[in-house]
Design a protein around this ligand. Sequence first.
Ligand SMILES: [Fe+2]
Length: 235
Amino acid sequence: MLDFHSHFLPGIDDGADSLDCSLEMLDLYVKQGVDALVATPHYYDTDETVNRFLSRRDKAYDKLMFELAKNGKEYPQIVLGAEVALSTDIAKNIDLEKLCIGQSNAILIELPYTGYFEWMTYEIYDIISKRKLHPVLAHFERFCNKKNISKFENLLSLDVSVQINADSFLDGRAYKTVKHLVKNNNFDVLGSDAHNITDRRSNFPGAVKKIQKKYGEEFLSQIDNKARKIIGVNK
Ligand SMILES: [Fe+2]
């Protein structure tokens, strides 16, 4: 399986706080059968420039790669990306393309936790039409529920993909929203959104088991294939 959303790079955001933690997270991913994962540290355009962020991200990545090469450990294929916070001006950011995942035009976008506002749809629309990028909405289930999802209709009608967190398949309350999204074909890719190996560890196997049980093996492989296609990663 491919994990579309993870904070395993060392010391760059609220994810892995040390090289050891990163290595333990990668060990866990290997045990959990994750063969490819996207590094998605948080990016906030209100805090720093894209270039400054990329230089920090690449340093963290190089540090991790050096350690992995040194100890000859097995680890999943890593694709670099970011979790980009949607802001009112993000579509105008001249370096936005640099935050895409790997060589693809897919960009992981985190909506604000303010409830729905119309500007969000306009901003996503601009990212698609003016920047020619493909937004993937990070853990979309966190922003909506069965009652307010109609507010997001216009946003979901755009050419976007929806990422759901593995944890949300295992949490009774969140799963109600997830069920609704799956039923309405608004589930495209799965991510662990893991930040460490304790309270925010990857729950990939639990989610995979539940998806297999509730929606079948074929659906699970469709989801995995879709994720790979979006960012051009083969099995
Ligand atoms: Fe995240």
